[in-house]
Design a protein around this ligand. Structure first.
Ligand code: NAD
Length: 254
């Protein structure tokens, strides 16, 4: 059985979707959880639902001063910081020539600069805690090229690379850094874009369904736990096999 007993985790983007699900699972596995987001009402509601082992902080991941305050609050409330899940993200789907430079940069700021600031902010407290684990939520758009995801894909490829640099630099302190690469997951982010979870007809996915937040949360919890104690600098797809290769239906169609 996985355990996060005795550990304190900060999860960004925890007000809804995959972050909220990870927060709930982490708490069930024994962790104390700091939920961080810019959607304060939602975030507080999720934290209240978890109970005494959860605390909500307002954190815009693009702002270094917010990170400093969130790290301070975590240590004040729970005394230590062992795990960071860089999960907050924004998604835009546009062809390259229609994506404005401002929107491109904004996506990079949230999805790439945010985790960069986060990793910088937690390094010292993790060293004080005797080590730690960072899980960066990238995407299959960071493993392969996907049309209409210029800024988003660039941010997720960047985060995949940054994960490996951090793994190399933080390893001597017992801090592990890994990236996860979800396929399409049924959350508000893809509402109206992806077919609904129950639709049952996903020929490009080996498992023939899109993912649920709990599919990702389980992997994130494993990577954050001591069960993954020798895993660092790794990238793990959690996509039902959609990046495993050509789906049978595609080959038949050819
Ligand atoms: P979501 O939109 O439901 O949740 C994202 C959360 O991030 C929201 O609560 C939002 O308020 C928060 N957020 C956005 N900007 C922020 C900022 N500047 N500071 C702090 N919080 C901020 O989406 P989700 O599907 O739960 O996404 C979680 C992560 O998974 C994201 O990094 C996303 O890119 C990645 N991902 C999602 C999918 C998918 O299909 N849903 C696939 C691959 C990767």
């Amino acid at each position: 059985m996985l355990s996060l007993e005795g550990k304190t985790a900060v999860i960004t983007g925890a007000a809804r979707g995959q972050g909220a699900e990870a927060a709930r699972l982490f708490a069930r596995l024994g962790a104390r959880v700091v939920l961080a987001d810019v959607r304060d009402d939602l975030g507080r509601e999720v934290a209240a639902g978890i109970g005494a082992g959860a605390h909500y902080v307002h954190l815009d991941v693009t702002d270094a001063s917010h990170w400093a305050a969130a790290v301070d609050a975590t240590r004040e409330v729970f005394g230590r910081l062992d795990i960071l899940v860089n999960n907050a993200g924004v998604f835009r789907s546009l062809p390259l020539h229609e994506e404005s430079p401002e929107a491109f940069e904004e996506t990079l700021r949230v999805n790439l600069v945010g985790p960069f600031l986060g990793m910088r902010a937690v390094r010292a407290p993790m060293i004080r805690a005797g080590g730690g684990a960072i899980v960066n939520v990238s995407s299959i758009a960071g493993l392969t090229g996907i049309a209409r995801t210029g800024g988003y894909g660039a941010s997720k490829w960047g985060l995949r690379g940054l994960t490996k640099v951090a793994a190399l630099e933080f390893g001597e302190h017992g801090i592990r850094v890994n990236s996860v690469h979800p396929g399409i997951i049924d959350t508000p982010m893809v509402e109206g874009i992806a077919p609904p979870a129950g639709a049952g007809n996903h020929p490009a996915v080996a498992l023939r369904r899109i993912g649920l937040p709990r599919d990702v949360a389980g992997l994130v919890a494993f990577l954050a736990s001591d069960a993954a104690g020798f895993l660092t600098g790794a990238e793990v797809a959690v996509d039902g096999g959609s990046t495993a290769g050509q789906a049978p239906a595609v080959v038949r169609a050819g």
